[in-house]
Ligand binder design. Structure first.
Ligand code: ZN
Length: 113
């Protein structure tokens, strides 16, 4: 990825797992690129749901805004003076990009057929 250098998010404690995020008091936001929703994530609640070893890397749940079919991208920052990083891995971004391309190709094939 262009931003954040080449460091692997799976090796960075404050972004790799929910337990690591809580330990480092990371600020995590759930952003929707379609409707602009920007919500602060309740890490304690997520920990209860996913466990402290759970991760937000490459997780893109559906947006909660009524009528919005966007997907959430989580962003995390270990402190107010540190820019946030998207909670993804290079492999995850590549896989998502392939899925979206395949989806576009399917739609195109349906139109042409
Ligand atoms: Zn949305």
């Amino acid at each position: 990825m262009a931003t954040g250098g080449n460091s692997d998010n799976t090796r960075i404690e404050w972004i790799a797992t929910i337990g690591g995020m809580i330990k480092h008091r990371a600020v995590v936001r759930a952003l929707c690129d379609r409707c602009g929703a920007d919500d602060l994530v309740n890490l304690k609640r997520l920990e209860r749901a996913l466990g402290s070893g759970g991760t937000l890397l490459n997780r893109h749940p559906p947006c909660k805004t009524p009528g919005c079919d966007g997907r959430i991208l989580f962003h995390a920052s270990p402190g107010p003076s540190t820019p946030s990083r998207p909670c993804v891995t290079v492999a995850g971004v590549t896989a998502r990009w392939r899925r979206e391309r395949d989806e576009r190709d399917r739609i195109k094939a349906l139109r042409n057929g």
